[in-house]
Write a protein that binds this ligand. Structure first.
Ligand code: BGC
Length: 441
C-alpha cells in the first residue's frame, strides 16, 4: 500500500463546533425550552451533555488529547441576560472559565453569540420580527465582548441566520413555527441588521477581532434538468436559502426570490466567510409540499445517505460550496464553521470525514484561503426538533448516564488533526472502502 499524505498549510485550525442549548442542559429560560414543553420536538433537551455542571472540562480534555487546536462554542443569551434589565455575572464567569479551559489546553476559541435560541423575554417582545431586536442584540454583544475579550478574538455573530428564518418562519420546524414568507424576510433582514451592528460593536471594543457569521450553504440541484418546474423550485430554494444573507453582506441589498430589502449598513461586515456545509439536495417540484415551497428533496438512488435520511455523503458538493465562497468573496479567508453527519453506528462517518477533508484539501491546493475546519460535533448533542434521534458526535453520549463512548471516527479525526492532513494509513485503517478513490494508482 503506498504511503501518501494530503497535507494542509502550517497553522491550519482543526476542531469541533458545539452550541449552548445542544450541550449545556437545564436551559429553561429560552424559546427552545418552551418549544420542547409544547411537544414540538422528538425529545426534550434535559441535561443535554451536562456542560453547565462542568462536563465541558472532560470533553475539552477529549478534544485536546485528540489533537484539536480550536473549538467553536456558543454563549447562551438567556443565561447571560435572564431579563432585559439584568446581567448574570455567574453565567459570564462560567464562559470565562470555559475560555480559560480552552487556552490551558492550547485550543483556540471561537465564540458564537447566537445559535438559534432566544431568551423568553425577547420572544415576548416578538423576537426577531421587529427592528427592536437590533439594539438589544447589540447591547448583549457589547456586554459579552467587553467581558470576554481577554480570552477570545474570533467571533461568529449569528449561526445560520438563513436556517433560523427558514425553519422558524416557513418550514414551521423551529419556534415560533410560523408559515409567513413576508415575516420570514423581515426576520432574515433583522438578523442581518443585528449581525452588522454586532460586527461594528465588536470591532469598536476589540479592533483586532475577526468577526463573521456562519451560513448554512446547501447546494441544490433539480431532480430533472429537463423539467422547468424542478428548475424553478430549485432556483427558489437555492436563492432563498443560500444567497439572500450573503447578498446583503456583499451589496447592502438582501435579494430574495420574493423581494428585496435595502440594508446598506450590512455591506462589508465580515472578516472571514463562515461556511456550514452538510450535504447537497436534489429537489423536485411537489404540489403537496407547501411548507417546503413546493419542493421535495430526494436523494437519487445510489446516494450514500445517513440512516436518518437527512444528510448524505456528497463531498463534491463541499468542494463546490467552497468554490462558490471563493468566487463570491475572493479576498476573504474561509472558515468551515460546521461539517458533519448523523450516524449513530459510525458506519458512514469515517468515509464522510475522509472524503470531505480530501475535498477541502483539493480546494486548499488551488491556493484558496481555507484556514479552519470545525467538525460537527464533539459529543452527541440535542438535535433540535429531532431530539436525540440524530447522533452527530465523534463520541457517543448515553443521556441516562452521561457516559461518553469514543466512535472510530474520533480516532480518524485525531489522526487528521495530529498529522495536519489525511494520510493513506488513516484511510486504509478507518475507511478502506474509499481507499482507491482517495489514493488511486
Ligand atoms: C446547526 C446545528 C445542528 C447541525 C446538524 C446545523 O445546521 O448549526 O445546530 O446541530 O446543523 O443538524
Amino acid at each position: 500500500m503506498p504511503t501518501a499524505k494530503y497535507s494542509f498549510p502550517k497553522g491550519f485550525l482543526w476542531g469541533t463546533a458545539t452550541a449552548s442549548h445542544q450541550v449545556e442542559g437545564g436551559n429553561t429560560n429560552n424559546n427552545w425550552f418552551q418549544w420542547e414543553q409544547e411537544g414540538h420536538t422528538a425529545h426534550k433537551s434535559g441535561l443535554a451533555g451536562d456542560w453547565w455542571s462542568g462536563r465541558w472540562q472532560e470533553d475539552f480534555d477529549r478534544a485536546a488529547q485528540a489533537g484539536q487546536n480550536t473549538h467553536r462554542f456558543s454563549v447562551e443569551w438567556s443565561r447571560i441576560q435572564p431579563a432585559p434589565d439584568r446581567w448574570d455575572e455567574d453565567a459570564l464567569d462560567h464562559y470565562r472559565s470555559m475560555l480559560r479551559g480552552l487556552h490551558e489546553r492550547n485550543i483556540t476559541p471561537m465564540v458564537t453569540l447566537h445559535h438559534f435560541t432566544d431568551p423568553l423575554w425577547l420572544t415576548d417582545l416578538h423576537g426577531w420580527e421587529t427592528d427592536a431586536v437590533v439594539p438589544l442584540f447589540e447591547k448583549f454583544t457589547c456586554k459579552v465582548v467587553e467581558t470576554l475579550r481577554e480570552y477570545c478574538n474570533l467571533w461568529c455573530t449569528i449561526n445560520e441566520p438563513n436556517a433560523y428564518a427558514l425553519l422558524g418562519y416557513v418550514r414551521g420546524l423551529f419556534p415560533p413555527g410560523k408559515f409567513d414568507l413576508k415575516l420570514s424576510i423581515k426576520v432574515h433582514a433583522n438578523l442581518a441588521r443585528a449581525h452588522a451592528a454586532a460586527y461594528r460593536t465588536i470591532h469598536r471594543i476589540q479592533p483586532e477581532a475577526r468577526v463573521g457569521y456562519a451560513l448554512n450553504f446547501r447546494p441544490q440541484q433539480p431532480a430533472h434538468r429537463w423539467s422547468p418546474l424542478d428548475r424553478l423550485v430549485r432556483n427558489i430554494q437555492f436563492e432563498g436559502i443560500n444567497l439572500a444573507f450573503p447578498s446583503a453582506v456583499s451589496s447592502g441589498v438582501m435579494r430574495t426570490p420574493f423581494g428585496r430589502v435595502a440594508l446598506p449598513e450590512v455591506r462589508g461586515t465580515q472578516d472571514y466567510f463562515g461556511l456550514n456545509y452538510y450535504t447537497t439536495n436534489t429537489v423536485a417540484f411537489d404540489l403537496r409540499n407547501r411548507s417546503s415551497l413546493f419542493a421535495s428533496s430526494i436523494y437519487p438512488p445510489g446516494t450514500d445517505v445517513a440512516d436518518g435520511g437527512m444528510n448524505a455523503n456528497i463531498p463534491e458538493g463541499f468542494f463546490n460550496a467552497i468554490k462558490w465562497a471563493v468566487r463570491t468573496y475572493p479576498n476573504l479567508p474561509i472558515l468551515v464553521t460546521e461539517n458533519g453527519i448523523e450516524d449513530a453506528t459510525d458506519r458512514l462517518r469515517p468515509r464522510y470525514l475522509a472524503q470531505h477533508v480530501h475535498a477541502m484539501w483539493q480546494a486548499v491546493n488551488f491556493n484558496w484561503p481555507i484556514r479552519a475546519y470545525y467538525h460537527w460535533t464533539l459529543v452527541d448533542n440535542f438535535e433540535w426538533e429531532r431530539g436525540w434521534t440524530q447522533r452527530f458526535g465523534l463520541w457517543a453520549l448515553d443521556t441516562e448516564t452521561q457516559q461518553r463512548t469514543k466512535r472510530p471516527s474520533a480516532d480518524l479525526y485525531a489522526a487528521i488533526c495530529k498529522a495536519n492532513g489525511l494520510t493513506s494509513e488513516a484511510v486504509e485503517r478507518y475507511c478502506p472502502e474509499v481507499f482507491s478513490k482517495l489514493f488511486p494508482g
